[in-house]
Design a protein around this ligand. Structure first.
Ligand code: DOR
Ligand code: ZN
Length: 346
């Protein structure tokens, strides 16, 4: 008998859609399975005002193929110049769902991010007042700090001080990648959640580096050691509502990934749910998948759970396209390197 699982329709609480031809190419891959997604604002130039968020939302909806439904939940890119009134007005109108903090230089298109965290204190205080949550890319950018330690150091040096200084600010630690991240969430329940990606649940740094470098597994924060992956799997499959799915699906043209200096990001959207069913089944926790993909995120953001469902079935290995066309280029689909049997069938 075919094994199958019906769950509430999932949402993606951390997604990069880009713009233009890339947006048109990747949007259906998310909209096919996910009802909503938190849309990252790290375009070039970034989405820093309410008006820019409204315009970007319009471009996303215009790129949605006929017959598909999808709700983009917009974010603003926090800068040292962010106007608290503009932010509050966009939030009050329901135009933005959250604000994204990138430490300047931490990752792709983060140059306009925050250098001096004291400078954004008034904005963060306003956000706490109006109930607008902060999504955080949690890595320090200090050249002295080893890339594998940047998340743990950020928690001590930046995140914890911000949270202490701004009581009531709801914070999402985006794409946690370490046991340190899990431990911090586990010991600080008030107004704190964390998203976890597909690739950080599946792979560790050996998978990326041993036997040759695999650029399609390179993302930021970078894959860590196995013990960290195990802590993430334990957190995601625990049923604890503070952890939810944020794929961080981050498409780049294939030539930018397979380059001398490879762009950070894994394009996981097309196979995210197949991968997750695999991970949760391996952990003996298929019954916890729905919470992680479909229930915990809405609860944290104070949004309703989706009304409809999807069904995943375990069948013959899934045929995963290697690439999708993007204008005259392609984007390479994340390939776990082993057969995936779970797929969305309804
Ligand atoms: O790997 C990543 N890619 N991490 C990020 O934080 C940004 C993202 C992107 O925009 O490509
Ligand atoms: Zn991201």
């Amino acid at each position: 008998m075919t094994q199958s699982l019906t769950i509430r329709r999932p949402d993606d609480w951390h997604l990069h859609l880009r713009d233009g031809a890339m947006l048109a190419a990747v949007l259906p891959e998310t909209a096919r399975h996910f009802a909503r997604a938190i849309i990252m604002p790290n375009l070039v130039p970034p989405v820093v005002t309410g008006a820019q968020a409204a315009a970007y939302r319009g471009r996303i909806l215009a790129a949605l193929p006929e017959g598909m439904t999808f709700e983009p939940l917009m974010t603003l890119y926090l800068t040292e110049q962010t106007d608290p009134d503009d932010l509050a007005a966009a939030h009050a109108r329901g135009l933005i769902t959250s604000v994204k903090l990138y430490p300047a230089g931490a990752t792709t298109n983060s140059a306009s991010g925050v250098k001096d965290f004291d400078k954004v204190r008034p904005v963060l205080e306003r956000m706490a007042e109006i109930g607008c949550p902060l999504c955080v890319h949690g890595e320090v950018t200090d050249r002295e700090i080893d890339i594998f330690d940047r998340e743990a150091v950020f928690i001590d040096r930046v995140l914890d001080p911000i949270r202490r200084a701004t009581p009531g600010l709801r914070v999402i630690m985006e794409h946690i990648t370490t046991k340190d991240g899990v431990d911090y969430v586990a010991s600080h329940s008030e107004g704190l959640g964390a998203t976890i990606t597909v690739q950080h649940l599946m792979f560790d740094r050996n998978d990326m580096l041993v036997g040759g470098m695999r650029p399609h597994y390179y993302c930021l924060p970078i894959l860590k050691r196995r013990q960290h992956r195990e802590a993430l799997v334990a957190a995601a499959t625990s049923g604890d509502a503070r952890y939810f799915l944020g794929t961080d699906s981050a498409p780049h043209p294939t030539h930018a990934k397979e380059a001398e200096c490879c762009a950070a990001g894994c394009f996981t959207a097309p196979i995210a749910l197949s991968c997750l069913a695999h991970v949760f089944e391996e952990a003996g926790a298929l019954d916890k998948l729905e919470g992680f993909t479909s229930l915990h995120g809405p609860a944290f953001y104070g949004l309703p759970v989706n009304a409809d469902t999807i069904t995943l079935s375990k069948l013959d290995p899934l045929d995963i396209p290697k690439t999708l066309p993007v204008g005259e280029h392609t984007v390479t689909v994340f390939d776990p390197g082993f057969p995936l049997h779970w797929r969305v069938t309804g």
